[in-house]
Design a protein around this ligand. Structure first.
Ligand SMILES: [Fe+2]
Length: 197
């Protein structure tokens, strides 16, 4: 999800006794659902702000709600593996969640907009994301919208290991990582957040 979350995980991997699946894969369903609702509302609003057609905006609302559904698969997947105590290994599995979500939904009647948005919601605009290192406009527009909204929602809510950042701090942190985002999407997102203040 957010860059900071991964940084935290790597740091703690070196400093804490590993009880790894408990921490990375500790799945708080209500928090995940709440995150989905926030991303859904924000992605819809950003799509409207960008002047995209109504149907696309609704598809973004659906994609926002479902974007992390692949995380539900992770615990079962890892339980089936030879247990590896290194958190870094488990991060590798966490990075599978966008592909797992896509696989889970692809035969369930969702639109290509929803499916592609979910599959690529961790791609970065500069090509440094996953699963396919897509860059710029080769990343589907819906995924570029989710990327921005997902990071914002993650940083602006409480996590087990830190409190929520305030809005201006979140925006600053995101500007520091602006290479990850489509600028047109980011500017529309900023207008939406500003209008909500
Ligand atoms: Fe995600």
């Amino acid at each position: 999800m957010a860059v900071n979350q991964e940084v935290y995980t790597l740091e703690t991997a070196q400093s804490e006794t590993v009880k790894s699946t408990d921490r990375i894969l500790d799945f708080d369903l209500s928090a995940e659902l709440n995150h989905g609702v926030v991303v859904s509302n924000l992605a819809y609003a950003v799509a409207v702000e960008m002047g995209l057609d109504e149907e696309f905006c609704y598809q973004m609302a659906i994609a926002g709600m479902l974007h992390d559904i692949g995380k539900l698969k992770l615990t079962g997947y890892i339980n089936g593996q030879e247990r590896d105590p290194l958190l870094i290994e488990e991060l590798k599995y966490v990075r599978m969640h966008s592909s797992l979500g896509y696989e889970e939904l692809k035969d369930q009647g969702y639109s290509d907009i929803v499916l592609q948005s979910i599959l690529y919601h961790h791609e970065n605009y500069d090509g440094s994301g996953y699963p396919s290192n897509l860059s710029e406009n080769s990343i589907p527009l819906g995924a570029r919208i989710l990327r921005v909204c997902d990071v914002y929602a993650a940083l602006s809510s409480d996590r087990p290991y830190r409190k929520a950042f305030d809005v201006s701090t979140v925006i600053e942190l995101m500007i520091d990582e602006i290479k990850n985002f489509d600028m047109e999407v980011f500017l529309a997102f900023q207008r939406v957040v500003h209008n909500n203040e």
